[in-house]
Design a protein around this ligand. Sequence first.
Ligand code: HEM
Length: 491
Amino acid sequence: MTDASFSPSEELRDIQGGAIGFLKDHERLLFINFTDAASAKAFLAEIEPTLANGLEVRSFNEAFSENRRHNGDPDALQSTWVNIWLTRSGLTCVGAPGLETFPEEFASSMCGRAALIGDVGASDPSTWQAPFTGGAEPHAAIVLAGDNLADLDARRAKVEDVCARHSVTIVGRQDGDARPSPFRGHEHFGFKDGVSQPDIEKFTKRGKGGTIPPGDVFIGYPDSEGNISGQPVTIPPPAPSAYNPTPVPPPAQPLPDWTRNGSFVVYRKLRQDVAGFNTSMANAAPGIGLTPEQLAAKSVGRWPSGAPMERVPGCPAHIDPALTDPSAETPALLSAEKINAFDFTDDPDGNNVPRGSHIRKTNPRKDVLADGDTSDKHRMVRRGITYGPEFAPGELAYGQTVPDSQDRGLLFINYQSSIARTFEFVQSHWANREDFQMPGDGKDPIISQDNADGIFNVPAHGQVTFARWVTTVGGGYFFSPSLSGLRTLAR
Ligand code: HEM
């Protein structure tokens, strides 16, 4: 457990920087398998000193923003970062002590939790791509992130060299790249992403949507449930109910000391069918008196610019939302102070932002939830990036086989101290459920993952039925150890 008077900078020196947010335009994920414990340990010992810690990543990000504000040159400061995450199989291979105390969901792996999180049908692990084929999990992922492709490639070559010297096999590679200008920072359906991101108390100060305690992200700190992450709970979970049929089982024993300052990582390769999304919007919108652009914005809960629908609910008659984002009239809404300044208390019925929309499903903010639950207990530190080529107008919706030239989507990455309470809860209890928050609200139109179609209710307009445009094509549950934790594993 971490003392309340801890020094954030000291701890950040120990924490791998990816949780703080690399914020890079390019990422390369190398999925690897070790040969045996001895060579795995030798590999970890050699790579650990080269990994980016949280302090250098945070300092770089602050300097970068400062430089952009003053000089306007985004290329003046550049860096390349490397991190490593291990799966349950990887930790088993290195003989990690105390692995039996790790939570059930981590031991089961993402594939083992497929039924709970809705990875069935088109998202079933039997359909996943290498190296996750059939739900397989590699031992580890090396994450490289950088501003400059040549530097990133050079760094990757060095890492591959270290792998080769320790008989570490690269079993898969996944590239993630921000979309080109003017869509940089936007996901493939066209919406600005990463707009609402909670700060981690004492560790980050970006001011992009509230603050969560460090124990929601890292092991060894107070969390938002009043417990210390990784320790047996002092405040027990609620009894199963209709709202929460699967309360998170309390850890019987503390996680081992080497996990302190570590974090669990969810990695999901989510493929996006852009043509399917556009066609569905075009077909469904007229029936409920909306334009396709308005229905798409209702589905997300924001306009493509990131402007909150809560503040720009309608679209002035003189603006064609197909051509101009309605927030163009009030650009101040995109400022850091305004873009997250809403909590749904003045929109209980969802007339502005439907309760089923993606941002309200995944963060219902101040909405009153069943069983005394609050949105604050399930907030997400998202660190994902887009992958794949740009959508070309005229492409057909995905069929059975998706050509490489149309394989695009989001590499969803988030960090948390409890996958069950954070990612799994939001995906299974909120996004996938038609009755969250209330019967008839419908499923999250963007990420619900439990069957082919789902209803989505747009209050004051009507109900539509949507197909699924986002499918899981791979993924796993990882642990991102602290640097001192990696040194312990390497010994
Ligand atoms: C391809 C899949 C996805 C797409 C296209 C997508 C898109 C978006 C967009 C456009 C936003 C609004 C901008 C922002 O606040 O960042 C958003 C917010 C968010 N998304 Fe997703 N997302 C995807 C997957 C997921 C998944 C799998 C989860 C978790 C289960 C998730 C959780 C969230 C959360 C927590 C927010 C912030 C809500 C808020 O605080 O207002 N997203 N997403």
